[in-house]
Write a protein that binds this ligand. Structure first.
Ligand code: HEM
Length: 144
């Protein structure tokens, strides 16, 4: 990755190692993320039938798709698919705020060097891809 966002890049590297994909040791990070995210009962309701181990694996892989959108400005075929999956799941806009808050909270727990600037750097990197998913949910996004 070469990004105009070194705080994000360094923090991502501290959490998930060098390279772009999160390895097996990242599972704990994503389990903690879901602990935080599912605190909201309205959100938890959407995951009652979900196999959370599988969900962790899917989120681990898809995080990179979100970051890729930030880098390239183009939704990958996989990000387009993920966005389409979220249509009709009952996901509300405010839940994306909760998603980002839970993610940043998890970053702060696992990356001891993540100060406020680093947490903002994460928001900066993830917001474009999240906004893309929200636009697709609203029927505004380009899906191919
Ligand atoms: C950038 C933000 C997000 C990413 C990257 C993401 C990623 C994913 C992925 C990869 C899947 C599995 C899709 C599949 O292959 O079938 C999924 C499913 C799902 N996501 Fe998200 N998601 C995001 C935001 C949200 C938000 C804000 C909610 C709100 C509650 C949400 C609720 C769900 C639900 C309910 C499922 C289906 C779970 C099931 O299969 O039972 N997601 N998400």
């Amino acid at each position: 990755m070469t990004l105009p966002n070194p705080l994000f890049e360094e923090s991502y590297g501290r959490l998930f190692g060098p390279g772009v994909a999160a390895g097996g040791e990242a599972d704990r990070f994503f389990l903690t993320f879901y602990d935080h995210f599912l605190r909201d009962p309205e959100i938890a309701k959407l995951f009652t039938e979900t196999d959370m181990d599988q969900q962790v694996q899917m989120l681990k892989r898809s995080l990179f798709q979100v970051v890729s959108f930030y880098i390239s400005g183009e939704p990958s075929a996989e990000l387009q698919r993920i966005a389409e999956v979220h249509k009709g799941l009952g996901v509300e806009s405010s839940m994306f705020d909760a998603w980002l808050e839970a993610l940043v909270e998890t970053v702060a727990e696992y990356d001891v060097r993540a100060d406020e600037a680093t947490r903002l750097a994460w928001c900066w990197a993830l917001t474009p891809g999240m906004t893309y998913i929200r636009m697709v949910i609203l029927g505004l996004g380009r899906t191919g």
